[in-house]
Write a new protein. Structure first.
Length: 325
């Protein structure tokens, strides 16, 4: 048993993954311990020996306490409008002319992306565990993927930094395939565990975010999972600017001092920082400086295919790979 699995016995019910969710392969320890920046509880990251997918371990039976008011803030801060515009631009680029202009966004948050897509002529719906904000914006939102079946079929389903939070990525993508029209597209964005940031900062990388991130994808593991669930990858991108900049700047602060652990990110997003005024102010100053210094690193990572974010567009196959054998 790892150190993380021995931490705080009996505090919450936890389970240790027995095998890879994507391919069933054996898991071995990769990082231990990794601490949740908010609760300071310890976890491990296990890696599949076959496909490379990372698994957070142990998994709390109730993840609710790890979200709530501590987690939800202004998810993209001042970049929210740009983020929605950029994502709709990608959506327009990958849409299949033969598929209906109907969009389902899984993990739609406050619905900003869906509202932007609606302006471009898409019929939109969302899935969100906490749907109050998106419903208040007048959107059709379900709380589970399976509950969205009556709203389909969809020409595109998107998961923007959602797949890594879900307890069963394989099962979710298989269900999503059934919601897509023939030729429909899947668009997924996740933190890139195979990128330069993750390799350099390891357990201090801000986008590791255990235990909210239950899975940690690199390009081989995400593309393999999509193939197993009946999709063919057609395009890959290696950057979401604000995520990549924050990945470099806040992770560097995490490495300099535990006192600055995610403090700059908390200041920008309106999330609880849990630090004194001096730490908050100094993290804001140094973090802002590091944002500018991070631009060359973001550019280099993007060009090398080793950025902080991985985005894949995949087409629904007529016959799932599993059925083809």
């Amino acid at each position: 048993m790892t150190a993380a699995e021995q931490a705080e016995p009996g505090a919450v019910e936890r389970t240790v993954p027995a095998s890879c969710n994507a391919c069933g392969g054996a898991l071995k320890p990769r990082l231990d311990p990794v601490r949740d920046v908010w609760t300071r509880q310890a976890f491990s990251v296990l890696v599949c020996e076959r496909c490379g997918l990372g698994h957070t371990s142990p998994v709390p039976a109730d993840l609710g306490p790890y979200y709530g008011a501590v987690y939800y803030g202004q998810r993209h801060g001042v970049t929210a409008a740009y983020c929605a515009w950029r994502r709709v631009r990608l959506l327009q680029r990958v849409r299949a002319p033969s598929a209906p202009p109907a969009l389902l966004d899984v993990g739609c948050g406050d619905g900003r992306f869906l509202l932007e897509a609606k302006k471009r002529g898409w019929r939109v719906a969302g899935v969100e565990r906490y749907p109050d904000l998106s419903r208040a914006a007048g959107l059709e939102v379900r709380e589970r993927v399976e509950d969205a079946e009556a709203l389909g079929p969809f020409g595109c389903v998107t998961l923007w930094h959602t797949l890594e939070h879900l307890p069963d990525p394989h099962g979710t993508l298989a269900r999503i395939r059934q919601l897509l029209a023939p030729g429909g597209m899947l668009l997924v964005a996740v933190p890139d565990w195979g990128g330069d940031q993750a390799g350099l900062f390891k357990r201090l990388w801000i986008h590791l975010d255990v235990p909210r991130h239950l899975y940690h994808f690199n390009a081989p593991s995400l593309s393999a999972l999509m193939r197993r669930c009946g999709f063919s990858v057609v395009r890959t991108w290696h950057q979401e600017l604000e995520y990549d900049l924050m990945g470099w700047s806040q992770s560097a602060l995490n490495a300099i001092s535990p006192s600055w652990s995610n403090a700059f990110f908390g200041v920008l997003t309106g999330k609880r920082v849990g630090a004194g005024a001096a730490i908050t102010a100094s993290s804001a100053v140094l973090g802002s400086l590091l944002l500018g210094l991070s631009v060359p690193a973001v550019t280099a990572g993007t060009l090398r295919g080793r950025g902080g974010t991985l985005i894949m567009a995949a087409r629904r196959l007529d016959t799932p790979t599993a059925e083809l054998g």
